[in-house]
Design a protein around this ligand. Structure first.
Ligand code: COA
Length: 263
């Protein structure tokens, strides 16, 4: 069902899968403050309503996922405002990363600057063969401000990450696949179909186990191995108290398919 409450996003939810479409195609879906505010509102809505079990994010139009933070807006910032601008974008992207629901970026064109950083904050990245990635901020006398210096280098390794950050180079989907920036490439017309199929598949998995897998993996970025393993063991224990755990293990023993209730 499409929700018309947003000016810069299209939000739809079907079969427990939410679709968020960045919708400023005339500006290649550049992320201005209004887009970020609407993204924050959508994430809060999803969390409060509780029906969503997977999220797909993509860009509207033929050309872009998102071509970056809005340069027209950045151009007017002084140091203090720029720091707050960066902190706000970081906050919204971290909310997405930590919302406990798997988020799939379906990158359908340019994912530059803040657009690449948004894809990096998603849990899984799928790309069309026309997708292009890069952190061109250095060419504007800037650095990435929405988490790119952290998440890119963590994902690709510091060697390749630093090279991309220092050159501002734009890479195509094949190169993004090679360095681990995306998981899979699809033809342009296939991308959203495949992203949706993956989202539906993941949405059918037991909700608590899915949320705790995400949280446990994100601990990699927050703490050392010892604390991460402690968190994993605690989460493993929590899973064992759910109905879906009882159903999943009973179904295995009884040689039948499980019927999960997400409880
Ligand atoms: N912020 C604000 N507006 C942007 C934008 C951004 N990051 N990226 C694109 N736009 C706007 C352009 O200004 C243009 O608007 P106009 O038609 O009102 O002039 C419109 O989107 C189309 O972009 P255009 O540059 O004409 O398209 P193109 O196909 O020639 O080039 C790109 C595409 C992506 C290569 C080019 O738009 C670009 O380099 N964008 C900036 C990328 C960037 O540096 N991002 C990091 C920002 S920190």
């Amino acid at each position: 069902m499409e929700n018309k409450a947003y000016e810069n996003l299209i939000f739809e939810e079907r079969d427990n899968v939410a679709m968020i479409i960045l919708n400023r195609p005339q500006k290649l879906n550049a992320l201005n403050t209004e887009v970020l505010k609407e993204l924050e509102a959508v994430i809060n809505k999803i969390k409060v309503e509780g029906s969503t079990r997977a999220i797909v994010i993509t860009g509207s139009g033929e050309k872009a996922f998102a071509a970056g933070a809005d340069i027209g807006e950045i151009n007017k910032l002084d140091s203090l405002k720029a720091k707050k601008f960066s902190e706000y974008g970081q906050k919204v992207f971290s909310m997405l990363e930590e919302c406990g629901i798997p988020v799939i970026a379906a990158v359908n064109g340019y994912a530059l600057g803040g657009g690449c950083e948004l894809a990096l904050a998603c849990h899984i990245r799928l790309a069309s063969e026309t997708a292009k990635f890069g952190q061109p901020e250095v060419k504007l006398g800037l650095i990435p401000g929405y988490g790119g210096t952290q998440r890119l280098a963590r994902l690709t390794g510091t060697g390749r990450g630093i090279e991309l950050l220092l050159t501002g180079e734009t890479i195509d989907a094949q190169e993004a696949l090679r360095i681990g920036l995306v998981n899979r490439i699809y033809q342009k017309d296939e991308l959203l179909i495949r992203a949706n199929e993956l989202a539906i598949m993941i949405a059918s998995q037991p909700r608590e186990a899915v949320a705790l897998i995400l949280q446990s993996v994100l601990m990699i970025n927050k703490c050392g191995l010892k604390a991460g393993l402690e968190f994993e063991a605690g989460s493993f224990g929590v899973c064992c108290s759910t109905n879906d755990f009882k159903e999943g293990t009973a179904a295995f023993m009884e040689k039948r398919n499980p019927k999960f209730t997400h409880s």
